[in-house]
Design a protein around this ligand. Sequence first.
Ligand SMILES: C[S@@+](CC[C@H](N)C(=O)[O-])C[C@H]1O[C@@H](n2cnc3c(N)ncnc32)[C@H](O)[C@@H]1O
Length: 384
Amino acid sequence: MARRTTTGKPAFEPVVIGEPSLGAALVASLEAAAPVDRGTHGFHTYPAGLHPDAAQGILAALPGDSVLDPFCGGGTVLVEALLAGRRAVGRDVSPVALRVAGARTSVLPAEVVSRFRAQGRAITELAKESKDLPSPTILGSVEGWYSEHVLRELEGLRRGIAATEGPVRPLLEAVFSSILVKTSWRKSDTSAQREKHDRPSETTAILFHKKVRDLGRKLDALREAVPAQTPAADVRAADARNVRVEPVDLVLTSPPYPSTYDYVPLQHLRLIWLGEGHALDAGGLDEIGARRYWRAGARMARKRWVEDTRLWTRSASANLRPGGSLVILIGDGLSPAGTVDTSEATEEAGKQAGLALVARASVERMDHARERARWEHAFAFRKG
Ligand SMILES: C[S@@+](CC[C@H](N)C(=O)[O-])C[C@H]1O[C@@H](n2cnc3c(N)ncnc32)[C@H](O)[C@@H]1O
């Protein structure tokens, strides 16, 4: 395989097969990179989040009234589905994903968003004065990751949110989640390296308030942009290998790339603070393609990933109406044992699920975290 040029430009041209207009939409989705400020995009980081323009372009190329994303993550596809006036259905196994996607797809009356802002402001003021450390259950797991005054402010925020009832509470929880890594000594969402830094007191509570205002502004923008009569998004926990929903005319998703992330464990701080530590106890067993499986043995991990790909593709196909489409965006895995090709198994899984491949595109892109180029693929299948 050719190397990348030193400028980071692709060494290969995109490869496109099948219906030309759909193929062009797939290439555009793989190459999307421009900054976006629409709806609730940009609120809360999420590892390997899809680019909003990628989802928007595919929704435009495959019109219809409903969309399912069985690996919804932070909810990018669902937000774009709502903006296009479509019924949006999302599933994921990660409690963090469900909170983020749930908040980002909340189309709420202005009065509820105002209450959210007011409650966020009140909780911020209380948290600035907070004297209590978290309970031993939380403290035992997060102690080494925050300075003491940050722990007290976070505990003040947590208690204020726990005492809040009604539709405002999940929004406050999503805001709380959005600051838990930035205020910690964790290097980033995707790196568990510890980098100690000083945070002046009160700035944790102030950051929370800043994020409340940011989400409030985005929720107003979402309400204004979502066409009237669009059904409320349906976001719930489920394993993508076993999803049952009212049939949709498009499944659009970006499943985990093999050997790339351990989605559940890398959210450990958030899961503990949000009272979802049990997801860690279970070891995130339901996760597909997790990097830790490759550390335990590349051959078995690949076999398991191929089988999981077959199972979730079959489930996605079962939820499609006749004539409906399944679009999958996935990159090759960069495992310790070498590249894990995803194109062959994905194409085969579609065929085994009774779907016809109508277009396919592949683009070579740089993975800056791993300083290696990888192929990313987009597949469009149709149900006969
Ligand atoms: C690449 S991310 C999706 C990102 C999403 N497209 C976005 O824009 O935020 C993959 C997601 O798959 C989820 N996942 C892993 N195994 C799963 C399973 N068995 N069933 C459902 N979701 C799963 C992970 O929790 C993660 O949120």
